[in-house]
Write a protein of this length. Structure first.
Length: 188
């Protein structure tokens, strides 16, 4: 095998290891020489009070302008975040294949497979789905995720729809209310 291909495959494998160890996409992309990936993931996301799964397309989740720094705001509220990138392609494919019909949209399939994985993950305290207003295929995916949420009342779901009118203060208020509601449910 050509040495450049070998180096590229090693870099890809290291990137996937970082994601499955719990790093968020921007952290996993950083060029850090790390010998123990799990140690870095634990340091980057300390064990905090709440752990919330965050669904959404990467171009929405990781863009600080579009998402209004959603991940940073959640960290500020004492929340640890888990994203679809922490799942392997096999895990996502396995769950999305349980649907009666095959999904044609790649990102939609990724959201469905991730949501099903998150619903079966008993370590999550809540789930937030960030979506763009007016995204046609997303309307179907959102509805499926919302229906599963109704079947599992111990994992609260908040749908956050963003558009050109979404305000940062309103989003922060909703995040605060959602995390406070989860904390109160845990105490009860």
């Amino acid at each position: 095998m050509d040495s450049s291909i070998k180096v590229a495959l090693q870099a890809q494998n290291r990137f996937r290891e970082r994601l499955t160890a719990g790093m968020l996409l921007p952290q996993a992309l950083e060029d850090i020489d790390v010998s123990d990936v799990s140690e870095v993931a634990a340091a980057s996301q300390p064990d905090q009070m709440l752990k919330i799964g965050l669904l959404g397309h990467p171009y929405n989740l990781y863009d600080p302008y579009i998402s209004m720094n959603l991940i940073k705001k959640l960290y500020g509220l004492g929340v640890s975040v888990v994203t679809p990138e922490s799942l392997t392609d096999h895990e996502i494919e396995e769950k999305s294949n349980k649907l009666p019909k095959r999904l044609f949209w790649t990102l939609g399939k990724r959201m469905i497979g991730s949501a099903l994985n998150f619903y079966q993950n008993r370590r999550l305290d809540g789930l937030i789905y960030l979506t763009s207003f007016g995204c046609g295929p997303e309307a179907l995916i959102e509805e499926m995720v919302a229906r599963w949420a109704k079947q599992r009342d111990d994992l609260p779901l908040m749908m956050l729809t963003i558009d050109e009118h979404t305000g940062e203060a309103g989003m922060l208020t909703r995040l605060e209310a959602f995390t406070e509601m989860i904390k109160r449910r845990q105490k009860a």
